[in-house]
Design a protein around this ligand. Structure first.
Ligand SMILES: [Zn+2]
Ligand SMILES: [Zn+2]
Length: 295
């Protein structure tokens, strides 16, 4: 059973990382809400740097609005800061002189509903930085502004490295839009929730009932004894990625696909765990399921 796809509920499209004029973005909070609503999004978090926007003061335009914040404690292995997004935070955690990323993010996790590490690739944040952090649900596998800005939006390698070290981390797709250039509506999650309320969205986030996308849709992922069956919007490639502790190369991909298909069946070796699925459409855009831990 793969809860994200098998659980009852409705699919909701949302962006959980976004900046406004309250920190270093170009859109006002209301302009941002208006824009995402016009694009058909169901939920949105504004996550300004070290500031929480009061989402209850905005016209929600039919969306579920979530409070959020991004913090960036220093001390990463390669000299950068470790950016972390806290969803459902109603305040900003205090900064302390001798903070470590682990301590600062730990305090954030205590005052929010779901925390994740932002853009590992852009920050050159390594698995060694992320491994000791407690209280996070995962990492951004795709950050649209980091891709659009400098070509470092993908963090699949860091995610798989952490999975192979035994971390049960989910992968999120986000815009992180600042609107200094074209960085809106390019990365999101599709989340399966019982209802479009804050509480149901928080619960689905913590349970990993979502997948990340740049465009394609994953309709279902079903595991058999030695196969995984994927149904999706038209895709030219499909991978079953198995970052399994103790195993080296454990990936499967489709071979020699001539035209886009909407269903793929991939072989799996018995005992492979965890497994995540990635599809690629004709434009090269990806969607990533969360890992399924089969044991
Ligand atoms: Zn950031
Ligand atoms: Zn950001």
């Amino acid at each position: 059973m793969f809860d994200a796809f098998d659980a009852p509920g409705q699919w909701l499209r949302g962006n959980l990382h976004l900046h406004t004029t309250v920190s270093d973005g170009e859109l006002t909070p209301q302009e941002a809400v208006d824009g995402y609503s016009a694009q058909g999004y169901d939920f949105l978090a504004i996550t300004d740097h070290d500031r929480v926007v009061d989402m209850d003061e905005l016209n929600n335009q039919g969306m579920t609005l979530l409070h959020g914040v991004e913090i960036a404690p220093p001390g990463a292995e390669l000299g950068q800061t470790v950016h972390c997004v806290g969803i459902g935070a109603s305040e900003v955690p205090e900064k302390r002189e001798d903070d470590t990323p682990q301590a600062a993010i730990g305090r954030l996790s205590e005052i929010c509903e779901a925390c994740f590490v932002a853009h590992p690739s852009w920050s050159s944040v390594t698995f060694a930085d992320i491994l000791p952090i407690e209280g996070i649900i995962g990492v951004e596998v795709y950050n649209h502004t980091c891709h659009t800005g400098i070509g470092r939006g993908l963090s699949e390698v860091q995610w798989d490295d952490l999975l192979a070290r035994g971390k049960r981390f989910f992968g999120l797709g986000v815009d992180d839009a600042h609107c200094h250039y074209n960085d809106l509506y390019g990365g999101w999650i599709m989340l399966k929730a019982q209802e479009p309320t804050r509480e149901a969205i928080f619960a689905a986030l913590r349970a990993g009932h979502f997948y990340a996308s740049q465009g394609p849709t994953i309709e279902s992922v079903q595991f058999g004894e030695e196969t995984v069956l994927v149904e999706c919007s038209p895709a030219v490639e499909c991978f079953a990625v198995c970052p399994m502790p103790g195993s080296g190369s454990t990936n499967w991909r489709t071979s020699d696909v001539r035209e886009a298909r909407t269903s793929y069946e991939l072989p799996l070796r018995a005992g492979t765990d965890p497994v995540r699925v990635c599809i690629v459409d004709e434009a090269g855009r990806r969607a990533w399921s969360n890992p399924c831990w089969r044991s």
